[in-house]
Design a protein around this ligand. Structure first.
Ligand code: ADP
Ligand code: ZN
Length: 433
């Protein structure tokens, strides 16, 4: 099922045409309403009349997270305060939160994108859907919530932090769909097993997971333990929230709602736009938002775009999984390391729980990487020889994937703290010194 064929299945020419027209209107809006953008455009000798097609986007300036901070709290707002009907803030994973104001129209767009995503996963009005993202300033909860209602399914606003109650509701209300972070999905699976429940006691069939990077191995793990089909849901509050892109049943990249959010991939060093298939920093222009529209916003998320047609019939461009944020990337002894690389190795080995922590430090001016990982109950033993062997097996695999050696620490089951929202998997002590 497709929620909005007229926008999700357009020909490429029609889409470019629509994007070009919307871009022109957007530029007019920010030029006249946001002094920050007018000044930036004036410095480049640009007026709205110079922007007439989507290709002209390359003439426009970028916007960074720092620009949002410099204009905190509402300096980049294009709408008058009386037009703003809701405010959210980014989670502040990597610094101070940024404030985002939404007009009534922005909330309509968001709801529409959220409904497109849920429909792409197969959610219908017959589903009973639990939203396990946090409700509040974070966009996850309310973003998914309004999409579920719009599709016509039953929404259960469980939010985070009620795990026991959540499990009971899953069983008693025969909940069929769930949205939460992938790490919380695993936490729920663990809690279920602790409570003596199995996946046969619940009816989940669809999961919408996002708000943090996750891997294919993690998908398999969640699907096996909760007995559902797990799909990716991507978004960020600066652009709108969850629903910027979403997987379809082909599970091969996430379709971008590009009639609203125009994507580009740039080389983060040269800022040059990159062709489809090349990994770089994802950049979005909000083509239709009126509260806090952004020109060429640098997300710091790293991925590539997929131009080929998808078997599901949608024509919208897809993006690959996020391999990490450019500021997530650890540079250890000069080598680039993403936590997601460690995750794939760990989840490939049946001996480990999908719970790990990276501790980076600097000892005698040499960087060190410690990887803490929980051994599954069935594999944990007092046999020191066996444990040492397991440790070496993991260390060798990590070395071949990362090209640097890691000090592996095998941990008892349930000894690493779980997270209900976005998980913290890296402690970089070098920054604390
Ligand atoms: P913050 O940047 O403070 O975490 P948000 O709550 O708006 O603010 O989170 C948006 C970010 O979360 C994205 O830029 C991205 O890094 C991450 N994210 C969201 N969805 C996904 C996803 N499906 N896969 C990977 N990362 C994601
Ligand atoms: Zn598709």
């Amino acid at each position: 099922m497709i929620w909005n064929k007229s926008k999700e299945c357009m020909s490429r020419d029609e889409m470019s045409d629509l994007q070009g027209k919307r871009l022109h209107k957007l530029v007019e809006l920010v030029y006249h309403n946001v002094p920050f953008y007018r000044e930036k455009m004036q410095a480049l000798d640009l007026t709205p009349e110079d922007i007439n097609s989507i290709e002209d986007i390359r003439k426009l300036p970028f916007t960074t997270k720092q620009d949002l901070r410099d204009n905190y709290p509402t300096g980049l707002q294009a709408a008058h305060q009386s037009e703003i009907v809701r405010v959210h803030a980014s989670s502040g994973t990597t610094g101070n939160p940024t404030i985002v104001g939404y007009t009534r129209r922005d909330l309509e767009i968001w709801k529409e994108c959220s409904a497109r995503a849920l429909t792409a996963y197969g959610v219908t009005r017959n589903d009973v859907f639990s939203v396990g993202y946090g409700y509040g300033l974070f966009t996850g909860g309310l973003g998914a919530h309004y999409g579920v209602e719009y599709v016509g399914a039953t929404v259960i606003p469980t939010s985070t932090g009620n795990t026991d109650k959540h499990l009971r509701l899953l069983r008693d209300l025969k909940i069929t769909g769930i949205a939460c972070t992938p790490s919380y999905a695993l936490y729920l699976a663990e809690a279920m097993e602790r409570n003596g429940m199995t996946r046969d006691d619940i009816c989940l069939r669809i999961g919408a997971f996002g708000a943090e990077p996750w891997t294919e191995n993690m998908r398999e793990e969640i699907e096996a333990r909760l007995g559902l089909q797990a799909y990716n849901l991507y978004g960020l509050s600066e652009i709108i929230g969850p629903g910027v892109s979403y997987e379809c049943v082909c599970k091969n990249g996430s379709h971008i709602a590009e009639d609203h959010f125009y994507p580009e991939i740039i080389n983060p060093d040269t800022l040059e736009p990159q062709p489809y298939g090349t990994t770089g920093e994802l950049v979005f222009t909000t083509l239709t938002k009126t509260g806090m529209p952004l020109l060429r916003y640098r997300t710091k998320d790293l991925c590539s775009l997929i131009g080929e047609k998808c078997d599901c019939g949608r024509t919208n461009v897809r993006m690959t999984r996020i391999i990490g944020r450019s500021d997530d990337m650890l540079i250890i002894r000069g080598i680039n390391v993403f936590p997601s690389q460690v995750e794939s190795v760990i989840l490939d080995m049946p001996e480990f729980e999908p719970v790990y922590m990276l501790v980076v430090d600097r000892v005698n001016s040499l960087d060190t990487l410690q990887v803490q990982v929980e051994v599954r109950k069935d594999f944990f033993s007092d046999d020191i020889g066996g444990m040492l062997q397991l440790r070496k097996k993991l260390a060798d695999k990590l070395k071949s994937v990362l090209s640097i050696s890691a000090d592996v620490r095998l941990m008892e089951p349930n000894s690493i703290p779980r997270s209900e929202g976005k998980s913290v998997r890296v402690i970089d002590k070098r920054q604390l010194k």
